[in-house]
Design a protein around this ligand. Structure first.
Ligand SMILES: Cc1cc2nc3c(=O)[nH]c(=O)nc-3n(C[C@H](O)[C@H](O)[C@H](O)COP(=O)(O)OP(=O)(O)OC[C@H]3O[C@@H](n4cnc5c(N)ncnc54)[C@H](O)[C@@H]3O)c2cc1C
Length: 436
């Protein structure tokens, strides 16, 4: 391939920020509040919206800008519990508890659809469905084994697509067929973050940016938050810092979360007809590789956005972008000469049991660990954390108070281990395909 893959106007910045960059706010830090939420992404904003609607005074603090983290950087693929449905739930929890957890995850999808409609959030939401592409024939068998569970969790059809019909779902022969789940959608993550923030504000929440909470200390029955721009007293605190929890005021939480970088590239505009040929009906796509790829058309149908865990062991966004471009070329060879206008990265939070968690530790509430699939789930976790804090939950929430595993010697810093795991996973992907 001749020439650079980077367009002259290439920027190391989220494509989403062209339409919806998280704005700066000049709100002052109040001296006290009833509920303080640390972290202004989907989790914190959704919690703030619910708490404010229930009549509670609530302040959301973000170290950067409201919506600055994963919530304005992600792929915008909306699904409820697809990942959980494919995980080892029954082995870990037994059939009954597993079913409860799966239902609790699946409920995130109708929740976000309802939330977007109710709050009239203009975020290009479409129930597009998701094609999960099988990297090997064995992966297709594994997908077939989870199909019924995905239908059960989502209440919407899911079907196995043999390789011979794959082109109805994806303009490529790179994969061995896949699973198409109707219970999935797509949105513009930046617009969703902005709309959720506006909804929380309309409901009465105060959003304060530029305040990094460094420490929490007990003060009577409540807490004092020690921030970079002053202090605030709160009766209750919710930690909603997810993939950015490291070095924060709750080391207990950071030790249970593995922050993993995820990177996305955006191509220059290639025209709606070409995009439509690659993504029939503009569906979302992800694959079953250990080092996962996820890709989609931009909401206006003119570009390809390609994401993956490309950063493992690589220095700099350009190197990660080159790796993603190579993956994109392998799937869509016709895009070999297409250049990139944007590349950006953000942090997701994995957990040792592959589940999201919500609970209370030493009096501090937390909601985190969406496994890189948190558009619906983080919004849902935040809502449930808020109901719990307000004492307004009608029934128990299956993800609340689950044992939250840590690992000896892991202190929340995965920097030394991730490159090794990344290389190992890439090798395993390669071997799987050779053995297929
Ligand atoms: C590149 C990428 C692609 C993704 N793609 C998808 C996808 O297609 N579909 C999907 O469902 N999910 C996807 N995800 C995951 C999804 O974006 C996250 O699960 C979700 O946004 C998490 O929301 P959150 O509010 O919990 O965390 P975040 O949005 O990350 O917010 C955490 C906030 O906490 C703030 N903070 C941290 N520490 C402090 C402190 N000490 N004081 C004050 N503030 C603090 C940060 O500044 C940050 O704004 C992706 C994530 C990334 C990064």
């Amino acid at each position: 391939m001749g020439g650079s893959i980077f367009a002259a106007e290439f920027q190391e910045r989220p494509y989403w920020w062209e339409a919806a960059e998280p704005p700066r706010r000049d709100a002052a830090l109040p001296a006290r509040t009833r509920v303080a939420i640390v972290g202004g992404g989907y989790t914190g904003l959704s919690a703030a919206l619910t708490l404010a609607r229930l009549g509670h005074e609530v302040v959301v603090l973000d170290a950067e800008r409201i919506g600055w983290g994963a919530s304005s950087r992600n792929g915008g693929m909306v699904s409820g519990g697809l990942k959980v449905a494919r995980g080892p739930l029954e082995r870990n929890f037994g059939p009954e508890r597993a079913a409860e957890i799966a239902r609790a995850c699946g409920a995130s999808f109708p929740f976000i659809e309802e939330l977007i409609a109710r709050e009239a959030i203009a975020c290009d939401y479409v129930r597009s469905g998701r094609f999960v592409a099988a990297w090997t024939p064995r992966h297709l068998e594994a997908l077939a084994a989870t199909r019924a569970r995905i239908e059960e969790i989502s209440g919407l059809p899911a079907r196995i697509v043999p390789r011979a019909e794959q082109r109805d779902f994806l303009g490529s022969d790179h994969y061995h067929g896949g699973l198409f789940a109707e219970g999935a959608g797509s949105l513009h993550p930046g617009k969703y973050a902005r709309g959720l923030a506006a909804a929380a504000e309309r409901a009465g929440a105060r959003l304060v940016d530029g305040v990094r909470v460094a420490a929490l200390s007990r003060e009577g029955a409540g807490f004092r938050l020690h921030g970079s721009a002053g202090e605030m007293r709160a009766d209750a605190v919710l930690m909603a810092t997810n993939g950015y929890s490291r070095g924060g005021p709750m080391p207990w939480l950071a030790r249970r979360l593995i922050p993993v970088g995820s990177t996305i590239i955006a191509t220059e505009e290639i025209g709606e007809a070409r995009v439509e040929a690659l993504f029939p009906r503009r569906r979302m796509v992800s694959d079953t590789k250990r080092v996962l790829n996820y890709f989609r058309p931009s909401p206006d149908g003119r570009r390809v956005l390609w994401g993956g865990r490309a950063g493992f062991g690589l220095q700099g966004l350009r190197a990660a972008a080159e790796r993603l471009h190579a993956m994109m070329r392998a799937v869509f060879p016709e895009l070999a000469a297409v250049r990139l206008t944007h590349a950006w990265a953000g942090q997701v939070a994995m957990t040792f049991d592959h589940l999201p968690h919500l609970g209370v530790e030493a009096g501090v509430h937390y909601a985190a660990g969406c496994q890189g699939s948190g558009v619906a789930m983080a919004s849902w976790l935040g809502h449930n954390a808020a109901l719990k804090m307000a004492g307004a939950a009608n029934a128990g929430f299956a993800l609340d108070g689950l044992p939250f595993p840590a690992r000896p010697l892991y202190n929340g810093n995965p920097d030394w281990i991730l490159p090794i795991v990344g290389r190992w996973y890439r090798l395993r992907d390669h071997l799987d395909r050779i053995a297929a």
